[in-house]
Design a protein around this ligand. Structure first.
Ligand code: HEC
Length: 195
């Protein structure tokens, strides 16, 4: 064995530099493929957005697709600060609060949402995105705090306005929206998501 030892470093050096060279070529090849794929994805996305816009994608005559709604609902969820999740409505569910709350709802909200919360009003008829049925799961899934945030701040790119009302006033409106939830509306069938 020992007679061959002096040959080893020379052989290893050649081997290593050849291997390094091959590895570098391979890396460059991979980078080119990744760049080509990324370019393709960007081109395809830009094409899809353009096609969407050109096919009257932003006309209020068309109802958004389920995919658009899913995307918008996800975005809305992400935009609501986390601390709001744990907030509890400080108001008791009693006759006086409910009566006042319904009065506020009738005054501010019923023009679009209807007193029954179903959103089947003359104003709502031609809106896109649609005025949701407030009985729907995707509305009732919000916590009280999230509903408070949505009512106070509104929803951009939709007809849902923001409201500069006193906290107490907004919590009352949250009571009304909660009232459209499954427990309180047992006598009416819980309407399907009208989207
Ligand atoms: C001018 C019409 C209009 C008025 C007035 C209005 N809303 Fe809305 N509201 C909308 C529309 C449109 C949406 C759908 C927003 C969306 O697509 O995310 C909506 C959504 C909502 C949602 C559900 C949010 C979601 O998408 O899950 C709640 C809760 C709500 N409104 C409560 C109220 C309350 C309470 C008032 C009164 C203070 C009110 N709205 C007044 C049009 C209106």
């Amino acid at each position: 064995m020992s007679s061959y030892v002096h040959l080893v470093p020379a052989l290893t050096n050649v081997d290593i530099s050849a291997q390094l060279c091959e590895a570098a070529v391979e890396i460059v090849r991979m980078l080119r493929i990744v760049a080509a794929v990324l370019f393709g994805v960007v081109l395809l996305s830009a094409g899809t957005v353009l096609w969407f816009l050109k096919s009257e994608g932003l006309s209020a005559r068309k109802k958004p697709s389920d995919f658009e709604y899913a995307l918008a609902n996800f975005a809305l969820g992400q935009s609501i600060p986390i601390y709001t999740r744990g907030l509890k409505n400080p108001l008791a569910v009693n006759d006086e609060n409910i009566r006042e709350a319904q009065h506020h709802f009738h005054e501010h909200c019923a023009v679009c949402h209807g007193d029954d919360g179903a959103g089947k009003t003359a104003v709502a008829a031609h809106m896109s995105p649609e005025v949701p049925d407030l009985h729907a799961d995707h509305v009732q899934k919000w916590t009280d705090g999230q509903l408070f945030y949505i009512i106070r701040n509104g929803v951009r790119f939709t007809g849902m306005p923001s409201w500069d009302l006193a906290d107490d006033h907004i919590w009352k409106l949250v009571l009304v929206v909660r009232g459209f939830g499954p427990k309180q509306s047992r006598e009416k069938p819980v309407a399907d998501n009208n989207r």
